[in-house]
Design a protein around this ligand. Structure first.
Ligand code: UDP
Length: 322
C-alpha cells in the first residue's frame, strides 16, 4: 500500500507516518511546513520509503498529482491550536475549508479512500456528556473567533459525507479529542507541552480561567493506531467516529500532576481568559467522548493513561532541553 498523508510533518501526522511505515506501507507526505516541521520527518525520509512534497493542499494541481499516485489518503493538513485560530482567523478558515475541498475533489476524481481528521471542537459547548457522534452541535457567536475552527471543520465533515452520499466515495471522519504526546509543539498554546515546559524551567504554570474546565487527553500513539485501523474497516465508511480517552482531568489538577511528576518548584498562576487570549474567546467546560462506536468498529480502546502520557512528554522535553 502507498498512503498520502497531508500534514505529515505535523505532530499527529509524523506519528501516523511512523505507524504506516512500521506496517510496511510506503508514504507520500504533502506538507507546506507552515506549522509542521521537517525535523519530524528527517530520520524517516532517509529510510527510503517516505517522500516529502513541500507544498500546500490548496493547490489542485499538486494535490491531484499526489492523490493519483497513492492507494489511500489520510487528510490531516489543517490550521491547528487555539492560539493560531484566535490570531490568524483568515488563514484558519481558508486552509480548512479550501484545503479539504481540494483534497476531497481529487479523491473523488481518482476514487481514493480518505480518512479525514476532524475535531471534538465540532461539539462546541454541548452540555450533554459524553459527546456521541450523532449529538447536536452547540456553537457560540460568530464574534467569538474560536468557533470559526469548529464551524470550518463541520463544513468539511458535511462535504466529506456529501461525497459519500452522492458518489459513495469511501470516507471516514475521525473526530479527535485532545491528542498529546512527544514532539507536540507548545507554539500554538496546547496545554500539555506548555505546562511541562514551564514546569521543567521552574516557571509559573499558567492555568487559564478558574482551572475547573476539564479535558480527556489521549496519547497520539493510540490515536494513530485507531486511524490506521479505521482506514481498513469497511463498516466505518460514511461514518463519523470519535477517538479519545475518557480519563477526565481538570486543568488545575493537570497542572498539579505535572508539577508533582516533574518535581518542579513552579507556582500555579491563574490567568483570566481575557488576558490569555484577548477578546473573541470562549472555552468549553467539559469534553468527554463516547467511544462505543470506535470500540465496535475496530476494537479501539486507549492503552495509555494520563500518567503514561505525561511521563512520556516529560522525558521527551527533558531530552530536548539538554
Ligand atoms: N490552557 C491553560 N493554560 C495554558 C494553555 C491552555 O490553562 O497554558 C487551558 C485552555 O484554556 C483549555 C485547556 O487548557 O481550557 C486545553 O487547552 P488546549 O489549547 O490544549 O486545547 P483545547 O481543549 O482548548 O482545544
Amino acid at each position: 500500500m502507498k498512503a498520502l498523508v497531508t500534514g505529515g510533518a505535523g505532530f499527529i501526522g509524523n506519528w501516523l507516518c511512523r505507524e504506516l511505515l512500521a506496517k510496511g506501507d510506503e508514504v507520500l507526505v504533502l506538507d507546506d511546513l507552515s506549522s509542521g516541521r521537517y525535523e519530524n520527518l528527517e530520520e524517516l525520509e532517509s529510510g527510503g520509503r517516505l517522500r516529502l512534497v513541500v507544498d500546500t493542499v490548496n493547490d489542485p494541481a499538486i494535490v491531484n498529482e499526489c492523490v493519483k499516485e497513492v492507494d489511500i489518503v489520510f487528510h490531516l493538513a489543517s490550521a491547528v491550536g487555539v492560539r493560531m485560530i484566535i490570531d490568524r482567523p483568515v488563514h484558519t478558515i481558508k486552509s480548512i475549508v479550501g484545503g479539504t475541498e481540494t483534497v476531497l475533489q481529487a479523491c473523488a476524481r481518482y476514487r481514493r479512500p480518505v480518512v479525514f481528521t476532524s475535531t471534538s471542537e465540532v461539539y462546541g459547548k454541548g452540555a450533554k456528556i459524553p459527546f456521541s457522534e450523532e449529538d447536536d452541535r452547540v456553537m457560540g457567536a460568530t464574534t467569538m473567533r474560536r468557533w470559526s475552527y469548529a464551524t470550518a471543520k463541520a463544513l468539511d465533515e458535511f462535504l466529506a459525507l456529501a461525497y459519500w452520499y452522492e458518489a459513495r466515495l469511501p470516507i471516514v471522519i475521525a473526530r479527535l479529542f485532545n491528542t498529546v504526546g512527544p514532539r507536540q509543539t507548545g507554539r500554538y498554546g496546547m496545554v500539555v507541552p506548555s505546562l511541562v515546559r514551564q514546569a521543567l524551567r521552574d516557571e509559573p504554570l499558567t492555568v487559564y480561567g478558574d482551572g475547573q474546565q476539564s479535558r480527556c487527553f489521549t496519547h497520539v500513539q493510540d490515536v494513530v493506531r485507531c486511524l490506521v485501523a479505521l482506514s481498513g474497516c469497511k463498516d466505518a465508511r460514511g461514518e463519523v467516529v470519535n477517538i479519545g480517552s475518557t480519563e477526565e482531568v481538570t486543568i488545575l489538577e493537570l497542572a498539579q500532576r505535572i508539577r508533582t511528576l516533574t518535581g518542579s518548584k513552579s507556582d500555579i498562576l491563574m490567568v483570566p481568559y481575557s488576558e490569555a487570549y484577548g477578546e473573541g474567546f470562549d472555552d468549553m467546560r467539559r469534553r468527554v467522548p463516547a467511544l462505543e462506536k470506535a470500540a465496535r468498529l475496530v476494537g479501539y480502546q486507549p492503552t495509555l493513561s494520563l500518567d503514561d502520557i505525561l511521563n512520556d512528554v516529560i522525558a521527551h522535553e527533558r531530552e530536548n532541553a539538554c
